[in-house]
Design a protein around this ligand. Structure first.
Ligand code: SAM
Length: 283
């Protein structure tokens, strides 16, 4: 079967006109119109025949088509009912596709996937990028790899090392659950309509086990939250602001071997873990 590629400006325009559709800003609809970017995402996800892929927000099927052509079985979750109808036509003839009409934040992902493990590939709707990422990671959906188009600034935050302005609670969370790396950046012209921001594709290899040993995971994330809630304060002051007594703060930083003049944004995951473990031990 030879199908015209959807990832072209004129084909996308034709599909939208044929269905009398306008991209919905509210739902973050910016359709890819750049074949090289679709190919780049498929390559970053190393999609091979036999892979099962969860695609979030297939839109009119642009990236879905690339995944299917690479031999994947795809489960694609789309919120916009109008696009579910479009997908039935644009992807007609492909066998290994199942479109699920629903909200990725609400559906039962393991049940829909019905497979032991899978990859997640998405050109994400930017208005809910962080909630989607956090839901996928915190629920520990059984995926091995996440390849996502996000705003360039978000990609920088996800992959940031300690010490810089991009390093924050999102960096720590993403790096706790995955090993992230920016694959490539994407200009606004690769989309229709063009978004106001630059984008980047981030590739996150999901870890089998966390990179740090914790006695209490919730305590780790409480410390991280407290540290970044008060970015300009030292970690000691941020912990006090979060309710710890000055004496407890001093002793737990000493136990963790962290200088009390350090700011939270300079701490590595290992150092946050040491603080959290000292805190848990002292409780
Ligand atoms: N994958 C297509 C592409 O690359 O051209 C479209 C990507 S567009 C940036 C984001 C898509 O996510 C849109 O189709 C939008 O309707 C869909 N979407 C928005 N919110 C969603 C949600 N909560 N659950 C599932 N899909 C959603």
């Amino acid at each position: 079967m030879i199908k015209p590629r959807i990832a072209k400006r004129e084909v996308t325009l034709h599909i939208l006109r044929a269905f009398g559709l306008h991209a919905s800003k509210r739902l973050g609809q910016n359709f890819l119109v750049d074949e090289a970017v679709v190919d780049g995402i498929v390559a970053a996800a190393d999609v091979k025949p036999g892979d099962t892929v969860l695609e979030i927000g297939p839109g009119i099927g642009t990236l879905t088509q690339g995944l299917l052509e690479a031999g994947a079985r795809v489960v694609a979750v789309e919120l916009d009912q109008r696009l579910v109808k479009v997908l039935a036509e644009t992807l007609a003839g492909y066998e290994n596709i199942r479109i699920v009409h629903g909200d990725i934040l609400k559906i039962d992902i393991p049940r829909e996937m019905a497979t032991a493990t899978f990859k997640i590939v998405a050109n994400l709707p930017y208005y809910i990028t962080t909630p989607i990422l956090m839901l996928l990671l915190e629920r520990r959906v059984p995926a091995t790899l996440l390849v996502a188009m996000v705003q360039k600034e978000v990609a920088a935050r996800m992959a940031a090392a300690p010490g810089g302005k991009d390093y924050g609670a999102l960096s720590v969370a993403v790096q706790y659950y995955t090993s992230p790396a920016i694959a490539f950046t994407v200009p606004p012209q690769s989309f229709m309509p063009a978004p106001a921001v630059e984008s980047a594709v981030i590739r996150c290899v999901i870890r089998d086990r966390p990179p740090v040993a914790l006695t209490d995971e919730a305590a780790f994330f409480r410390v991280v939250k407290a540290a970044f809630a008060q970015r300009r304060k030292t970690l000691a002051n941020a912990l006090k602001a979060a309710g710890l007594s000055p004496a407890d703060t001093a002793s737990l930083l000493a136990t963790a071997g962290i200088d009390d003049g350090r700011r939270g944004e300079t701490l590595s995951l290992q150092e946050f873990a040491a603080v959290a473990n000292a805190w848990t031990a002292g409780k």
